[in-house]
Design a protein around this ligand. Structure first.
Ligand code: ADP
Ligand code: MG
Length: 302
């Protein structure tokens, strides 16, 4: 920013949310934050950077940019079955526009409050718009959900309706307004409650950022197994016929994909059983027991 005063005033005004909580003895304002973990819990840490034009459309609302920057990080914590607790914000801005900052701060505050996470520090610099958030959570030792635990015979589930963010993006790129699905692209909802409900139940989990097929592929690879998906079981609620390309290879959904021991009831959340883990490596698609071949665009893992 122009002068140190501007920067401190900016931080004070927009990024000093009240943190009177017991688990933050010292938050924004000193050289570093002090954070207190619950006894016996492990720290779970992740970070993601969002760059204008790449991770969100140019000239997106500041509110939405902030929301999505935090959401994608909380989604990673959810996929680990962590309780989200704190986050840090490294913000690079071309200029300190007060209206933009107020809107950004409001979006950040809204999702932070809804998710019970506290902003405990960050950094502010001038440059092309980019947002890096580091999210911190915790979980009881040994309770993390990883990509590694899928077992042959497991049922595969996905939350929500993957593909809708891709439909919105496709419509935007064609000059439309997002086909009524703009919020699915701009304001993904991290599945924190579902992640917590999967603790001690699911064998493996991942959040879907790069498309269901690719991200499920990470579980398969890490677990040394394969899978068959029933294309007729893939969730879809649009009036048009199911768009397998969007469902399987669209990105930006931030839903959870997870595996449960065969026949085990899923938690009481909006989830759909879409297939089964098999011994043979690779991902296969079937409809009514018959193999389906589909060339997923921009997708080379299988
Ligand atoms: P330092 O020079 O020690 O890095 P800074 O001037 O960068 O200190 O930051 C001062 C305080 O403000 C620190 O507590 C830092 O964590 C916090 N801070 C800076 N930028 C942000 C931001 N964008 N969001 C939240 N806290 C911030
Ligand atoms: Mg600094």
């Amino acid at each position: 920013m122009n002068s140190p005063l501007d920067e401190f005033e900016l931080i004070r005004r927009h990024f000093s949310f009240a943190t009177a909580q017991e688990d933050v003895p010292l938050g924004v304002g000193d050289d570093a934050a002090l954070l207190r973990l619950p006894a016996g819990e492990w720290l779970v840490a992740c970070t993601d950077t969002l760059v204008e034009g790449r991770h969100f459309p140019v000239a997106s609302r500041a509110y939405d940019i902030a929301w999505k920057s935090l959401a994608v990080n909380l989604s990673d914590l959810a996929a680990m079955a962590a309780t989200p607790r704190w986050f840090l914000l490294a913000l690079t801005l071309p200029e300190a526009d007060p209206d933009w900052l107020s809107d950004f701060s409001a979006g950040l505050r809204a999702l932070a409050a809804q998710s019970a996470v506290q902003l405990v520090g960050g950094d502010t610099t001038r440059g092309p718009l980019s947002i890096t958030i580091t999210a911190l959570g915790s979980l009881p030792q040994g309770q993390a959900l990883t990509r590694r635990g899928a077992q042959v015979g497991d049922d595969i589930y996905v939350s929500g309706y993957p593909g809708e963010a891709a439909l919105a993006l496709r419509d935007l790129q064609a000059g439309g307004a997002g086909a009524g699905l703009r919020a699915r692209l701009d304001r993904p909802v991290p599945r924190i409650g579902l992640g917590l409900a999967l603790r001690g139940r699911a064998h493996a989990a991942i959040d879907i950022s790069d498309g269901l097929a690719q991200d499920l592929g990470h579980i398969l690879h890490a677990s040394g197994v394969g899978a068959c998906l029933d294309v007729q079981a893939l969730p879809w609620r649009q009036p048009a016929a199911p768009d397998l390309q969007a469902i399987l290879a669209g990105g930006d959904d931030y839903e959870l994909c997870f595996t449960l021991p065969a026949g085990q009831a899923p938690p009481d959340h909006e989830v759909h059983r879409i297939g089964r883990i098999e011994a043979e490596p690779g991902l296969r698609l079937a409809a009514g027991g018959q193999p389906v071949s589909l060339d997923l665009r921009g997708y080379q893992h299988f």
